[in-house]
Ligand binder design. Sequence first.
Ligand code: ZN
Length: 177
Amino acid sequence: MRKKQQATLIDALAFAAHKHRNQRRKDVEASPYINHPIALARVLAVEAGVKDEKTLIAAILHDTVEDTETTPEELRLRFGKTIASVVAEVTDDKKLVKHRRKELQIEHAPHLSKRAKLVKLADKTCNLRDVAKSPPRGWPLRRQRAYFDWAKRVVDGLRGAHPWLEALFDDAYRARP
Ligand code: ZN
């Protein structure tokens, strides 16, 4: 009997595009949400030369549990336990208030797995680029700056994971408004 074929990056893209189909980014153009996970995968694979497929797949899926009705179990069945657990590591607990969730990201950063650190680095880099390029509607300068500073505190907790990705983050941070 043929072994069950492993889900690929393309399967993850189709899955995430479907899950995020009703969501938009916060930029003025209200871009399709899937552009964000695609941007993470691009930062990792193209800009930082990350080749590990599980990391790239986890990047594509990283917001599905937090922002859609996707369950960790669903990811485990489709993509395996390693990828599901990386996504779980970068998923905020929405039962907590926003302020606490943001604090916990800073506290948890040093303890993440290597793959989760890479996903987190790419996520923060993409988010800073997005805020610098097209601040979310209704975000005053003060809020934009606070966002940059919080992202830097998270990233400072995971330095050493991938110096090249960290340099890409630092480049993005330089555009602090
Ligand atoms: Zn994200």
